[in-house]
Design a binder for this molecule. Sequence first.
Ligand SMILES: Cc1cc2nc3c(=O)[nH]c(=O)nc-3n(C[C@H](O)[C@H](O)[C@H](O)COP(=O)(O)OP(=O)(O)OC[C@H]3O[C@@H](n4cnc5c(N)ncnc54)[C@H](O)[C@@H]3O)c2cc1C
Length: 396
Amino acid sequence: MRYDFCVVGGGIVGLSTARELLRRRPGASLVLLEKEPTLARHQTGHNSGVIHSGIYYEPGSFKADLCRRGVRATTEFCAEHGIDIAPIGKLIVATDPRELGRLSALESRAADNGIEVRRLDSAELHDEEPSVVGDAALLVPSTGCVDYRLVCEALRTEIEKAGGEIVTGAEITAIREDASHVLVSSADRLWQAERFVACAGLQSDRLAYLAGITPGVRILPFRGEYYRLSPGRSEIVTRMIYPVPDPELPFLGVHLTPTIDGGVTVGPNAVLGMARERYRKFSLSPRDVRDIATFPGFWRMARSYARVGLAEQWRSISRRAYLDECRRYCPSLRLADLNPMEAGIRAQAVDARGRLLHDFAFEQTERMLHVLNAPSPAATSALPIGELIVDRVIGG
Ligand SMILES: Cc1cc2nc3c(=O)[nH]c(=O)nc-3n(C[C@H](O)[C@H](O)[C@H](O)COP(=O)(O)OP(=O)(O)OC[C@H]3O[C@@H](n4cnc5c(N)ncnc54)[C@H](O)[C@@H]3O)c2cc1C
């Protein structure tokens, strides 16, 4: 079949891109190909459901700009589609006097990014959240939560209404670009398109290789393991509670997150996984392990982050150690409160020097665009990311 546009990936970034292509080119033919039987099966369906405010990100970066626009776009999109959002706000809590400097740095970054925050001292923090302790905190009112799977369902409806086709169970195994089109194939089908966009999350480097691009980064899977508080303990906090993050890492630290269904999740941590798309603890894929072990950037990263990595591994094995991390800001949590739930797996692009890419990254040819790194907050930012991709693919 011949199409104007072919998008690979039925996560939130692929869906948002497909929707935006059809909004800009009404009547165009478009196919979205997803290898799983349903949409949002990987990162998008395994995240914390947070609509991030954008406070953490370097002013001028894609992340800062797209996140700020994403909050507004997601809020409007959800209102239009009757999807519930809980605008509960969040607290970033310093639990050690040494973290106060970092908290102040975050406060000025929030100002640079135009995000409203309020600094609380220890007593004010206690008034706001009686179960939470700390030396100081930042209250970020613009953070909310949502179920991103519902956002994806609404995107699917819009794409199909606009005439787009969504094909599930279609794993792309070959991509060839020539002067007039891009040929995309699975084991038993072939699609031809004038323009091609890959939003393949945990497989994005592999899709680039399939298309003849050497991406310069490898995707390393970082598991984010969660617990869920027992139902009787969900009242323990009313807002999201985050520690002060390590600015060297693209992860935010184990946090307490009230979810849109009334529960509270604890997590996620960030431990290197041995399989990109298998969710059970200790899952292992020989191909994924080989791709990690043969990548020089992995060994360089391992040397740079050995101490942090080992501490995370230990907290992954020991529920007591995981609990201790949360008890720094919520001391009344008990071991019995933590009920294991399914992990998520982040697609983290790492370069050959072992650096973890913090920002979104793209690779483009004449007819193709590959999204190589779409880390958190890509769910929050998905609608403006779709706009940015479409600007690049067909012009603004
Ligand atoms: C634990 C965790 C917590 C997070 N928390 C938040 C949060 O609270 N807020 C936030 O904004 N962001 C959060 N994120 C980040 C956010 O979820 C992701 O950045 C976002 O979902 C990425 O979307 P995506 O479409 O790029 O990838 P994905 O959702 O992974 O989708 C990629 C799709 O491509 C498909 N695919 C891959 N290869 C092929 C192939 N060969 N053929 C066909 N299809 C293929 C896959 O099956 C998959 O469905 C979190 C992520 C994780 C893992």
